[in-house]
Design a binder for this molecule. Sequence first.
Ligand SMILES: [Zn+2]
Length: 311
Amino acid sequence: MKYGIDMGHNAAPDTGAVGIKKEDDLTIAVGTRVISQLQALGHQVVNCTPKSASSVMDSLSKRCSTANANNVDLFVSIHFNSYNGRTSGSEVWYASNSGKKFAQPVLTEILKLGYVNRGIKEGNFYVLAHTDMPSILVECCFVDSADDMKRFDPDQMARAIVAGVTGGQTATTPPPAPSDPEIVKLQQALNRLQVYATPTGQPLAADGKLGPQTNQAKQRLKTIFAISPAETEASNRAMWEAITSITVDRVVLRPNHGYGPAVRYLQFRLSVPPTGLYSDATVSAVLAYQKAQGLAADGVVGPATWGKLVP
Ligand SMILES: [Zn+2]
């Protein structure tokens, strides 16, 4: 089947409603997903949204001309409502009986997502009246309704519309990219150690994929540990030994001893120059940290202090 998909507005001066979110953004969010999902199901799709328009009427007229010129089987115009901030729900408009046959199943699918039922409605909107084929106009929900905007998910909305216009087909979700449990373990360890891609970075997504962020964070951790950054077995083994000494063994660090990676990590966390030696500057920083955390301030980093640093 050949679908004409019209993402409402987005052609100034034809701009949509603005509430908690912008209708222009949401019609694109839903429309692009409807298009890709229909294509994934093997359907032909014509995007009827104009790139520009000289007036609102020109914008509407271009949408219809594109649908008519391409002889689509069904024209679907995607919109969002806006009213008084308290009104919510979904409705689907049609102008002919042939359109009505699609309006009800689309609304039924959308209502499964939990929106208030505002019914299917007959109305001679410009795009419904000037398209030569069955056509519907979907008012997905209200951009100025807190309830609707909380519930709204563009992917779910697109799936509902696609299911409605195809008679129950839903695009299959592509299988997730393989996730490597070893990488997940590394990502979780890096997050636990608060070593991110950049000094001010965010925790990593534990997705099991060795992307640039995870790689950067791993390199940072090796640098902190003063381990060769090379991707060799020896380097990685040394890194894991150091991680384990902190997160599992909770190795006890005492003043005036050198403990290598664990002390370097401690120095990184307490912003002490990374010497790897548990020297005076490190002792002072540990005492201050222990006091601030309400721990016994003895300058010895044992399970209690590690428990605060690396919960
Ligand atoms: Zn609209």
